[in-house]
Design a protein around this ligand. Structure first.
Ligand code: XMP
Length: 513
């Protein structure tokens, strides 16, 4: 396995994912992890991540984050990236200073030698930089492998000791041959064989779940979506009868959701599947609220209260499990470094009250959506679950601008049925990440059967994406858009105009709220 020491980079999980893509198992440790904890795992290689700190300047007497010095005595190959590169240089006796010119974005790297790391890679390549410090003098035994315009030691190595440092980020797709560089490190330098699969992760995750949960019971909140379904099966695999699956009908869901949940999970959970009708409570709590973040907060709080009530009524039901994914974590401002901005309070991460009386269990919080789908396949789910379009925890509440009322949600639900029917009929469902309606809360003039109409505008949002972090609006055929528009205006009498959203993410997000 590869051990990644996290120094607080925005890209640490991406780095882990890149290593997993190579079919190599890896784990992330805080940079300050005790040596024994790492030694016990017998890593074949260690990667130091980037981070926001500086080894060149001691800021306000604050100590800079450094790994346990014994890490260098393990005799294991090490690859330092960005801040990790500077740590390597500094700790081993080199010099790091504030760079004369900072480099953010693409730079050209000119290779000097390969030392195994750059085998098969062309001599000049675009690399992604994000640094204000630079290595100014190499530690003993090190040579330069490559330089950029502003960083003479942009890639360095002590080949005899198998220590490598890169000022740039190979884990970011903008870096040309980045995956190849990581591949060379993992396979050629560390001597790892590509034999790890997502299903191997299941065993590790099950052990961790058993250890964390102990004799207690876990409430698994099913949402109807892929993530919570996969988490439910994973936890059931780990602790079987200690699970109570709960599905809350918020009234903000797609049509037929309760029946679907019973059909999909009734057999697995038998009498430990609880379906709760909380429509009334959600609509009451959302009365008069139009602000998107407030809606998300209210919904998150109400979910939490309901789960706490169930927990209080059952013996030993201490844990609450959710299908939180990595993009939810980072966009809710809950990254390891704690420095990421809050984009949205995803209800299953940031929307929960601080005083939640249950312990959170989030076994897939470090995975990306496509990895969860792969995991689901290994757990025996079919396309109906795995290929389902994501649906946000707060449901239709964040797909209508303004106040959430049962009537308005019903308009969306009916339009949603039409959209899904047509998109499936055209064979487009599996080709896009998501398609859904948004009710804009504004009315426009129309003419229907010689009469003036003055009704709501409905926006259609369809996007293509790999992991929900970035997305492009989908170029679905105009004829299909026309069919959807015609059917909605005919079959949903509250709507008289349909518009198509042609914004990518960024700058827009996928959901409108
Ligand atoms: P945004 O709107 O943030 O959406 O670009 C990215 C992806 O996440 C889904 N999403 C959510 N999923 N709880 C969830 O489980 C939420 O609160 C939530 N908000 C957005 C969204 O549908 C898209 O696929």
């Amino acid at each position: 396995m590869i051990a990644i020491l996290d120094f607080g980079s925005q890209y640490t999980q991406l780095l882990a994912r890149r290593v997993r893509e190579l079919k190599c198992y890896c784990e992330i440790f805080p940079y300050s992890a005790p040596l024994d904890q790492i030694r016990k795992k017998s890593p074949s290689g260690i990667i130091f991540s980037g981070g926001p700190d500086s080894v060149a300047a001691e800021v306000n007497g604050k100590e800079m984050p450094l790994p346990h010095p014994g890490i260098f005595m393990l005799g294991v190959p090490i690859l330092g990236i960005c801040y990790g590169h500077q740590v390597l240089a500094k700790v081993l006796g080199g010099k790091v200073r504030r760079a004369g010119a900072r480099e953010f974005g693409l730079s050209k790297l000119s290779l000097i030698r390969s030392a195994g790391l750059f085998d098969g890679i062309k001599p000049r390549l675009d690399v992604w930089m994000s640094h204000g410090d630079e290595v100014a003098a190499l530690p003993f035994g090190f040579v330069a492998l490559g330089s950029s315009e502003n960083a003479p030691f942009a890639a360095i190595a002590n080949p005899a000791k198998k220590l490598y440092g890169l000022q740039f980020h190979p884990e970011v797709t903008h870096t040309e041959s980045g995956s190849m560089i990581l591949k060379n490190f993992v396979f050629d330098v560390c001597g790892i064989t590509a034999d790890w699969h997502m299903k191997d992760w299941i065993g590790v995750a099950c052990k961790e779940i058993q250890k964390e949960v102990g004799p207690y019971r876990v409430l698994v909140a099913l949402s109807g979506g892929v993530d919570s379904a996969v988490v439910a099966r994973l936890i059931h695999k780990a602790i079987g009868k200690q699970v109570l699956a709960v599905f809350v009908d918020t009234g903000l869901l797609k049509r037929g959701e309760t029946e679907r949940i019973r059909r999909l999970f009734g057999k697995l959970f038998e009498d430990s599947l609880m379906v709760i009708d909380a429509k009334g409570r959600f609509f009451t709590a959302l009365k008069g609220i139009a602000d998107p973040e407030e809606k998300r907060r209210v919904i998150g709080f109400l979910f939490a209260r309901i789960f706490e009530e169930i927990s209080a009524s059952q013996k030993g039901l201490l844990f609450l499990a959710q299908g939180t994914l990595y993009p939810d974590v980072i966009e809710s401002g809950k990254s390891v470094s704690g420095k990421a901005h809050i984009i949205k309070t995803h209800h299953n991460v940031g929307g929960l009250p601080k005083d939640l009386k249950m312990r959170l269990l989030e076994p897939v919080r470090n995975l990306f959506k496509d990895e969860v789908r792969e995991l689901g396949l290994d757990l025996g789910f079919g396309d109906e679950v795995l290929r389902r379009h994501p649906f946000p925890g707060p449901g239709f509440a964040v797909r209508l601008i303004g106040e959430v009322t049962p009537d308005r949600v019903d308009v969306l639900r009916r339009a949603d049925v039409v959209i899904e029917e047509e998109i499936r009929r055209a064979g487009f469902y599996d080709r896009i990440w998501q398609i859904f309606p948004v009710l804009l809360g504004i009315q426009t003039v129309g003419v229907m059967g010689d009469m003036r109409s003055y009704k709501e505008v409905l926006a259609l949002r369809a996007v293509e994406s790999l992991d929900g972090m970035t997305a492009d609006w989908s170029k679905i055929p105009h004829e299909l858009l026309a069919t959807i528009s015609r059917r909605i205006v005919n079959e949903v009498p509250e709507v008289s105009r349909v518009v198509y959203d042609i914004t990518s993410k960024p700058p827009a997000t996928i959901e409108w709220e």
